[in-house]
Design a protein around this ligand. Structure first.
Ligand code: PAF
Length: 296
């Protein structure tokens, strides 16, 4: 399969079935998708790994056209976060997307997404201020705003997100429901390395030693999961145990929290559908992960 890079925004030809189009402007994207309105969408920030490819594999059978966006969204990064050093690997990403059978890659620059200061903002409710939102103020507002804009540009009937970003999934699911967007949100299981580490673009920041240490996070979440399945109800003790273990091994935990799957609030007794979420720094890298627990 060849790859046609439409840097010049040349008018679409009839051979788009065979080629992956790389499109940079909203205008060209709309023109291209006019011919293929049955599309499924995978928004990304690039630096693609097997987790993203799994989202594409889930997307492909669902529509005639699979659209992937690559856009590192400044609005969702705090002033001291890694926006500038976030890995940008467009060439490799396009090769991987082409091999995965993607039809359209949308790669806008900042002026295309934010041609003027973005003063109309999606403000998610309290959910945006807890857990990751408490550590990264404004993050979910930035995510919701860009995703709504991307939805309006692509106009997909479905969009796929990975459950590694559990809180993001909930924020976006609620946004789609409350704003009555005609889009089905499909959530995909977290893809992991053999040793359990959740795949993430930020794993590339880890040193060799840190990479060996990193699977501890998932191991500890797995232990918590087992305790909950065995009937444990002292959620705070479970959270503190994981935090202490991480700290003992050189991590700086931001939070470990046992929450309800439905709204990420603390569970009341007898709650069946739980999720244990964690975020912690290992060296300079911030890792997040979670495990769902459904009790009988
Ligand atoms: O999960 C991500 O990669 C980003 O938050 C998203 C959904 C592409 C919005 O920028």
């Amino acid at each position: 399969m060849g790859c046609r890079v439409s840097f010049f925004e040349s008018p679409p030809t009839t051979d788009t079935d065979k080629f992956m189009d790389i499109i940079h402007s909203v205008e060209a994207l709309r023109e291209r998708l006019k011919r293929e309105p049955n599309n499924v969408f995978v928004p990304t920030m690039g630096n693609l790994h097997k987790g993203h490819i799994e989202l594409i594999n889930i997307a492909k059978p669902r529509a005639a056209c699979t659209v992937v966006s690559i856009f590192v969204n400044r609005l969702q990064f705090g002033p001291r976060e890694d926006f500038d050093r976030y890995p940008r690997t467009l060439k490799a990403d396009c090769d991987n997307l082409e091999a995965a059978g993607v039809d359209v890659v949308f790669v806008p620059d900042e002026r295309e997404i934010y041609p003027e200061p973005q003063t109309y903002i999606v403000e998610p409710p309290d959910l945006q201020h807890i857990l990751d939102g408490a550590i990264r103020p404004g993050h979910f507002r930035g995510v919701a705003t860009v995703v709504l804009k991307l939805f309006n540009m692509v106009m997909p009937h479905s969009a796929i997100f990975g459950k590694k970003d559990y809180q993001q999934c909930l924020v976006l699911n609620n946004m789609v429901r409350q704003l009555a967007l005609p889009i089905e949100i499909i959530l995909a299981e977290t893809v992991r390395a053999k040793d359990g580490l959740a795949l993430s673009s930020r794993n590339s920041y880890l040193t060799t030693g840190e990479r060996q240490e990193a699977p501890r996070l998932y191991r500890l979440l797995g232990k918590s999961r087992q305790e909950l399945l065995n009937g444990a109800v002292d959620y705070q003790r479970i959270e503190l145990d994981v935090m202490a273990d991480l700290a003992h091994h050189g991590w700086k935990p931001d939070y470990v929290a046992v929450r309800r799957q439905s709204d990420l609030l603390p569970p009341v007794n007898g709650e069946k559908k739980l999720v244990v979420l964690a975020a912690a720094r290992l060296g300079k890298t911030r890792l997040i992960d979670n495990v769902e627990v459904t009790r009988g």
